[in-house]
Design a protein around this ligand. Structure first.
Ligand code: AMP
Ligand code: ZN
Length: 470
């Protein structure tokens, strides 16, 4: 299996640290709002990477954090007049709902930065002891960037160029030895959450969080570290410096980065207002369509989000689901038969196997999901032309499970019940609430039963009605 390693700028053969196992860390979102569809791209892409490793029989330890202390969270908390913890808890819950909708498997561990402060204090302490970090007079702890000789190896920047860039900006720090030094721990400001530390009451810098959570849940060395390409510098470069300086070992063997998602060919940005949240998209489409759309391009290519591309993804997905449904219908009609005909066996061991190989070869070429999906469509076409009333049940079953297995790797459910729109469910719930208000309990119960039949479980809570898919 080959994957593109940002560190070497080459496609490399994947060799795990431990045979049969993959240790993988994906930088997660900062939780101060609903996630947008740009944030969804790394989630979908790296969940698919994980699923493919699992399909190949690897045991994957997949860690992805939530950054739950940050300036943006604090700002939002102040705007609303609530605690930062309330904001992050709210948006972690919302993010998990969106992830479920996109069929993203829960990580083996989803650590929260605020729960890992002790580990951060420990690693910062080690860095100070080893001379890689120092505390300034105001209690800020900085990483001594130039002491880490290979700084810049991931982003392929050299220290001189970085230094030159900084001279132009003229950053002057208090007690900071060098412009390139970055923050590991910073003093609290009025009204901010803080923790005790040997240097000052304060909070961690962003980069140290990931170094610490990765070490705690995966060990000093991992196989794959991943995230969006904007994280290469400075975030991942700084993670490497911290982890390798503290642990004295190579941090991650492979570094994978997804390209950005644009909207109408412009960079998606909150400040320009041209972004969609995953929740907004879920009002119009099943989130499986979003997932399928994301995988229609190679993860290292920029991808443009547009209504027309979403429509074609919807149609593409529909073609797959319809083919599976047709196989199901045929299976009900045909006579049970254990033995495939010679012609069928020829197809299963010939064309079908070839297409599965083609799919796998695409995935093994740096997770080329676009080509893998093309192979899947060829398989769908084969089903549509070769399966009919004369087929044996065994043949139909083989075709169906092959399509299902390949869809599973992409995180696509082939059952249409899973295709309920959140907006439809919410509309029904609103109608039930209205019926209850009007004391029309018979209608309310009827709607509840209808939802149950759709596989939706309702729960009445103090904050209103919550629902989940059964
Ligand atoms: P953040 O919450 O900004 O730290 O982002 C969480 C993840 O989403 C990171 O891996 C980012 O690189 C990624 N990300 C943010 N915006 C986009 C985008 N427009 N396209 C692709 N990935 C993105
Ligand atoms: Zn990170």
């Amino acid at each position: 299996m080959k994957l593109y390693n940002t560190l070497t700028r080459k496609k490399e053969e994947f060799v795990p640290l431990e045979p049969g196992k993959v240790k993988m860390y994906v930088c997660g979102p900062t939780v101060y709002n609903f996630i947008h569809i740009g944030n969804a791209r790394p989630m979908i892409v790296f969940d698919t990477v994980r699923r493919y490793f699992e399909y190949k029989g690897y045991d994957v330890n997949f860690v992805s954090n939530f950054t739950d202390v940050d300036d943006k969270i604090i700002r939002k908390a102040n705007e609303e007049g609530v605690d930062a913890a309330e904001i992050s808890a709210r948006y972690i819950a919302e993010c998990k709902k969106d992830m479920e909708g996109m069929n993203i498997k829960p990580a083996t561990t989803h650590p929260l930065a605020t729960q890992e402060i002790d580990g951060m204090l420990e690693m910062i302490g080690t860095l100070i002891e080893k001379g890689y970090a120092y505390a300034a007079d105001d209690g800020t702890v900085y990483f001594r960037t130039k002491k880490f000789a290979s700084y810049g190896k991931l982003s392929h920047k050299n220290l001189d160029d970085l230094q030159a860039g900084h001279r132009e900006i003229k950053v002057v720090g208090s007690g900071k030895e060098d412009e390139l030094d970055f923050v590991l721990w910073k003093p609290k400001k009025e009204g901010e959450p803080y923790w005790e530390s040997p240097w000052c009451q304060g909070r961690p810098g962003w980069h140290i969080e990931c170094s610490v959570m990765s070490k705690k849940y995966l060990g000093d060395q991992i196989d794959i570290h991943a995230g969006g390409e904007d994280l290469i510098f400075p975030h991942h470069e700084n993670e490497i410096a911290q982890s390798e300086a503290a642990n004295g070992k190579e941090f991650s063997r492979y570094w994978m980065h997804n390209a950005f998602l644009n909207i109408d060919n412009r960079k998606m940005s909150k400040s320009e207002g041209n972004f969609f949240t995953v929740r907004e998209i879920s009002e119009k489409y099943d989130l499986q369509v979003l997932r399928f759309f994301m995988l229609s391009a190679h993860y290292r290519s920029p991808l443009n989000f547009s209504a027309s591309l979403m429509e074609s993804s919807k149609n593409g997905l529909d073609r797959i689901l319809t083919a599976v449904e047709r196989l199901d219908e045929l299976m009900e009609r045909v006579l049970p038969s254990d033995d495939m005909t010679g012609e069928e066996l020829g197809l299963i061991t010939g064309r079908v196997r070839e297409l599965v190989k083609k799919y796998e070869a695409s995935m093994e070429d740096d997770f080329n999901t676009a080509d893998a999906i093309a192979a899947l469509f060829e398989l769908v076409k084969l089903c549509n032309t070769e399966a009919d009333e004369q087929s044996t049940r065994t043949f139909l079953m083989q075709l169906k499970t092959t399509i299902e297995d390949l869809c599973q790797v992409l995180g696509i459910e082939t059952k249409r019940e899973a295709q309920l729109l959140n907006s439809e469910i919410e509309e029904l719930i609103a109608r039930r609430q209205q019926a209850r208000k009007e004391k029309n309990f018979a209608l309310a119960d009827e709607i509840r039963d209808q939802l149950t039949q759709m596989g939706i479980l309702l729960e009445d809570t103090r904050e209103g009605v919550k629902w989940k898919k059964a």
